[in-house]
Design a protein around this ligand. Structure first.
Ligand SMILES: [Zn+2]
Length: 146
């Protein structure tokens, strides 16, 4: 039952449900408030700055800088087989933050706070309610639907 624990599950039935459709097309979308211009990732239907509900989607590059990271040795239920693994929090170039696993393109001894990274969506179940996780890989890493 904890198979999907920790993975992001987007319901297609919310105001930001279109996010899932864009992800299926391989596009990473943030939201931009039409009132004050604040950008957010993950997309928010209601602005964190001015509370306006008037937003639009805008594509983001996924270019990011490492804010912090940690190595998980004692994993939560369902992730025992993956240990040890490293997760990081990145500041996205267009605004917003994301939590993601480090991908295979980066060795542990290369990881330093402030390093440039690419946030890569990894979709592994194409159903209406998609399952996605993100990896952090070298700048310039591209992706397409898995
Ligand atoms: Zn706003």
């Amino acid at each position: 039952m904890f198979q999907w624990f920790g993975k992001v599950n987007y319901s297609p039935f919310t105001k930001v449900g279109e996010f899932a459709d864009h992800l299926k097309d391989g596009r990473l979308m943030g939201s931009r408030c039409k009132s004050c211009g604040t950008t957010s990732f993950p997309p928010r239907a209601d602005c964190e700055q001015c509370m306006s509900g008037d937003f639009e989607f805008h594509e983001i590059s996924g270019k990011a800088v490492l804010h912090t990271f940690t190595k998980i040795v004692a994993a939560p239920t369902g992730f025992e087989d993956a240990t040890p693994y490293i997760v990081g929090v990145v500041d996205l170039e267009e605004g917003g933050r994301a939590l993601a696993w480090f991908g295979d393109s980066i060795n542990e001894d290369e990881i330093t706070i402030g390093m440039p990274l690419q946030l890569v969506p990894r979709i592994f179940d194409e159903v209406e309610e998609i399952k996605v996780y993100y990896s952090l890989d070298k700048p310039g890493t591209t992706w397409s639907k898995v």
